[in-house]
Design a protein around this ligand. Structure first.
Ligand code: ATP
Length: 310
């Protein structure tokens, strides 16, 4: 780092909306030598989003405030992924960071929706704009991948195949919009905890690697209806998430009884996604799931939507 501060722009502030991700297909392979599991996934960004605001602070340092989901429980220091992202942009540019970041969170924390990764992606984009740092696409992707496996996708949004540990992206041109009801629960599951349970179940012969993403990719590219998509949703972490939090099973069954086309655990859970036929069906379904109880909060979301660097 050169120790210089970025060009002064008193009062300048940039706000970036950054979507949550879901994995309509999540195939989990064996752990690799580096400890990460091999993934064969299809990501989709949905309209449920956080807003990252970056403002010049007028003095060196990175300050973070949080409102909404997780406010008061999330770290606001160096462990926050947004802090790491801001530091990385400053390091890349060779400047001293001076930024106040505000995270207005709607994405549930530790819910399998990549909320932390979304904030990191939003911060990369917001800080680069605030400090007027030119970062090419490939470099931005490299910085993002260094922050976490889901961060590169959170930058781009849309729909994409993820290979490697999720960071090797191939865009998918999805033709259409699909409607979801997103039901959060009052528990959290850490991603490492869920991977451990996947491994444990596999030792007992439960579950296998769903490596073939072609059927669902073709469905997205061909503009499949929700009924067809419902039959193609796969999550190799679902059994592990339900094993860790058995209450998910009754939430899922409840949503199906209320008319959802499918109930799908989001990533490592414990958020449950219910697929609806169209927006009207999603509104009615959300109301029925709310009235039934068992979910902490119930949101409407559609996908795909663009990420902040699309
Ligand atoms: P993923 O699906 O990518 O594994 P997740 O959606 O299950 O992630 P996150 O919301 O990203 O989970 O949170 C995971 C952990 O990351 C939390 O326990 C939290 O303490 C930490 N964390 C750090 N920074 C953030 C942030 N800005 N927002 C949310 N969590 C954060």
């Amino acid at each position: 780092m050169s120790g210089q501060t970025a060009p002064a722009q008193p009062g300048a502030s940039i706000s970036v909306d950054v979507p949550a991700k879901i994995n309509p297909h999540l195939g989990v392979g064996d752990p690799r030598a580096d400890g990460y599991h091999a993934l064969s996934t299809v990501y989709q960004a949905i309209s449920l989003h956080d807003t990252v605001t970056a403002e010049r602070r007028g003095e060196p340092g990175i300050a973070i405030t949080v409102s909404g989901e997780g406010a008061g429980t999330l770290p606001t220091g160096e462990e926050n992924l947004a802090h790491k992202a801001a530091k990385l942009v400053a390091l890349y540019a060779g400047i001293e960071p001076d930024v106040r970041l505000h995270l207005n969170k709607r994405i549930p924390v530790a819910g399998g929706l990549a909320g932390g990764s979304a904030d990191a992606a939003g911060t990369l984009v917001a800080c680069a704009r605030l400090w007027q740092v030119e970062i090419g696409d490939a470099e931005l992707h490299r910085l993002a991948a260094g922050l976490g496996s889901d961060v590169p996708f959170c930058l781009k949004g849309g729909t994409a195949i993820g290979a490697g540990r999720g960071e090797e992206l191939t865009p998918v041109q999805a033709k259409g919009t699909w409607h979801w009801v997103v039901a959060t629960t009052d528990t959290q599951i850490s991603t490492p905890e869920c991977y451990k349970e996947v491994d444990r179940l596999r030792e007992d012969g439960i579950g296998r690697y769903s490596s073939d993403v072609d059927p669902i990719v073709r469905a997205f590219e061909g503009g499949a209806g929700a009924e067809e998509l419902a039959r193609l949703l796969i999550n190799d972490m679902e059994a592990a998430a339900v094993s860790l939090r058995p209450q998910l099973a009754s939430l899922m069954h409840g949503g199906l009884e209320e008319g959802a086309l499918a109930a799908h655990v989001s990533g490592s859970g414990p958020t449950v996604l219910f697929l609806a036929t169209d927006v009207k069906h999603a509104v009615a379904l959300a109301r029925r799931i709310r009235m039934r109880g068992g979910a902490k909060s119930v949101h409407l979301a559609r996908g795909p939507v663009n990420g902040p660097a699309a």
